[in-house]
Design a protein around this ligand. Structure first.
Ligand SMILES: N=c1c2ncn([C@@H]3O[C@H](COP(=O)(O)OP(=O)(O)OP(=O)(O)O)[C@@H](O)[C@H]3O)c2ncn1[C@@H]1O[C@H](COP(=O)(O)O)[C@@H](O)[C@H]1O
Length: 100
């Protein structure tokens, strides 16, 4: 069983993978390309904008599978942005817990 087999741990496993790609920069990794490309931060921010629009349109259309797929794309790119800024998924968890 991997860490990601625990449903509550999937965000931690995904974030650890993003940090690994950021730190090791493997050539075949889309995530690493966002960290290495000169305009990687802009590309990440653009993706967040695009995916947000796609989430809104999927919700408006009542397309639940599309809503879930676009939400996953959005969460992934948000986590990449946090990693770019030196923030972590634990920081996000703390922020959410403070509001709970
Ligand atoms: N969760 C994701 C994830 N979500 C989206 N993407 C990529 O984000 C890119 C942009 O997404 P889009 O939906 O915009 O796809 P697109 O091909 O540009 O399509 P259009 O927008 O043009 O329609 C695509 O290349 C997707 O593959 C992701 N790439 C990686 N991950 C995770 O990151 C891990 C490491 O991946 P690598 O960095 O590739 O090793 C993977 O195991 C996954 O768990």
């Amino acid at each position: 069983m991997t860490e990601a087999d625990e449903p509550e741990a999937v965000l931690d496993a995904l974030f650890a993978t993003i940090e690994d790609r950021r730190d090791r920069l493997p050539e075949d990794s889309y995530t690493a390309s966002l960290f290495t490309h000169e305009k990687g931060e802009n590309a990440t921010l653009e993706k967040i904008g695009e995916e947000t629009t796609e989430v809104v349109l999927a919700a408006k259309d009542g397309d639940d599978p599309e809503l879930l797929a676009e939400s996953a794309d959005l969460v992934y790119h948000l986590l990449v942005l946090l990693a770019m800024k030196g923030l972590t998924v634990d920081d996000l968890r703390d922020e959410l817990e403070d509001r709970f």
